[in-house]
Design a binder for this molecule. Structure first.
Ligand code: URA
Length: 229
């Protein structure tokens, strides 16, 4: 259900530049209001080729927030994050780790799908976002963090980890470790689920999935710790 109607949106379109975005987002106090305002975002050029803004989703006071890179092809069409193959793998891993997906907030550092056309056929090939695009989108993620106030923040993959934890961050070396950060009480990074989908064979996929589930089990343990009085 749409909670904020179009007519309640700010009459001036503040969302068409990165600097005005930074002024607008602090005035919006709920995820629904943020999502509604982000629909018209033109802070970078990705709105021109993406079908729609794919905003974060989940309980507005979720204890755990997962941050990925950007919506993929299926997310772009559905308008919802992590509903395609990587999202399904994330769901399986969360279930195996004992984390209830319905209780987590999932979002991305960039909220439009960046793609290039395949040389043959109609396929849209994911393209990594540029620093300027990540930067332009950042006020939305900052606002999600401010409103949701997760106790546990988990970066999925190096784009999210380097955006939020610094450009020197290495997911390979630092995955599963608690990182000191003002962003949340517990902050951690792990691999992006799409990296597991790209594993060269079944054995590698199985091993990578197990390592991913291990990291998510640490998240489940942190959630229990955060809940303890
Ligand atoms: N990959 C991401 O990083 N985010 C999504 O929402 C889907 C795939």
């Amino acid at each position: 259900m749409k909670l904020v109607s179009k007519t309640l949106r700010p009459s001036v379109d503040h969302t068409n530049s990165a600097s005005s975005l930074a002024n607008l987002t602090p005035t919006l106090k709920a995820v629904a209001a943020l999502r509604d305002a982000a629909r018209d975002c033109k802070a970078c050029d990705l709105w021109k080729t993406g079908t729609q803004t794919v905003f974060g989703e989940g309980p507005s006071r979720a204890q755990i927030m997962f941050v990925g890179e950007q919506p993929g092809d299926q997310e772009d069409l559905a308008g919802r994050p992590f509903v395609g193959p990587a999202g399904k793998l994330l769901d399986q891993a969360l279930e195996q780790a004992g984390v209830d997906r319905a209780k987590v907030y999932v979002t991305n550092v960039v909220k439009h799908f960046k793609w290039i056309a395949a040389t043959r056929g109609k396929k849209r090939i994911h393209k990594k976002p540029r620093y300027s695009e990540i930067n332009a989108c950042r006020p939305w993620l900052d606002a999600e963090l401010r409103v949701v106030k997760p106790q546990i923040l988990v970066c999925l993959g190096s784009t999210a980890a380097q955006s939020l934890l610094g450009r020197e961050f290495s997911v390979t070396r630092q995955r599963g470790q608690l990182i000191d950060s003002p962003l949340a009480r517990f902050v951690m990074a792990t691999v992006h689920p799409s990296s597991i989908l790209r594993a060269p064979d079944d054995n590698a996929r199985h091993m990578q999935m197990q390592a991913f589930v291990n990291d998510l089990q640490k998240v489940a343990a942190l959630a229990r710790k955060a809940e303890a009085p």
